[in-house]
Ligand binder design. Sequence first.
Ligand code: DGY
Length: 379
Amino acid sequence: MSDKKWTIVNPGGGRRVIVTKELPGEHWKQILRRADCSIEICTDPAVLSKEEIITAIGDRCDGAIGQLTENWDAEVFVALRAAGGTAYSNGAVGYNNVDVAAATTNRIAVGNTPGVLTETTAEMAVALTFAAGRRVTEADRFMRGGRYQGWLPTMFMGQRFVGKTVGVIGAGRIGSAYARMMVEGHKMDLVYYDLYPNLALERYVAEYSAFLVERGEAPLTCRRLGSVADVLRVADVVSIHTVLDDSTYHLIDAEALAAMKPDAILVNSSRGPVIDEAALVEHCRANPEFRAGLDVFEDEPAMKPGLADLDNVVIVPHIASATVWTREGMSSLAAANVAAILQGYPVWDGDDIAPFLAGDVPQAAPSIVNAEDLEASNL
Ligand code: DGY
């Protein structure tokens, strides 16, 4: 039996949707209300266990919105299907917490929320880069500790970014937004590793470089390197923007860290397990000039022993997407995914999700990750 508190919005709705966490804004509720849904929201901040989710699904549930902290595995999707459910949306762009294949087997559409996190998450990666490189949080603690006795020429010296090389692992939407911010803002050369070339990003840097040259400034370069290790070796700053799957688990391990420059900066706003966090603790301890900025953790919400004691690491609690606009947008997209599937609408054909963010939304699901598999399986 769960002791978690739930609240119901639009109790008279003909369809039942459960939402495992309170979401920001009102628009997402309007979307579900207009789709004739009663909305049952868990108002407890604690993470729901699998058993609690299954209990909440009960014997009648049409759809659900869940969070990246929860384990939406085969057992949950079997329960959702048995309760008559056909739609699930993660309230996140990442969905490594979801067994998509099991959802497909159970004929449940799985939605996510791309398009509203891009610049917001990249901005946090930039913030972590600068906080780490310029020792902002360390200096903040110093001030609050009453230790500032007067200006000194040697105090809190950090990294200068202009003219250095920024490295990006995973040059998708967020990775390339981060790359552009660093290149354009700080005139840095770019190296990246991605399975596929990002020609739009390469063109962007080439055009910016031509603009600089026209103004009599030095040109900039953008190179896709052959491996992650190549990026780690040459970059002064490395930001990680990959998905988490078997191929990226512990992508940055002790060996990878050892390949980096001793005073490099490593930033992670993707998923914690992409970095071997225990190895990072060891590396930062042994290399005080090395710095890291972390938004995500391997055993979230826990940190590996020793991480919080390190002055050369900046840590924030998985808030890279936490702006009002983005989080409300994520909620609208998640609601629109569920509402559209329950009403039998098709998947939105295009990348521009702006029409889903206010007012009446299109008669389409903005992003269903298993749409093709559902269609192909024709179950
Ligand atoms: C996501 O949407 O995957 C993010 O990690 C949430 O900030």
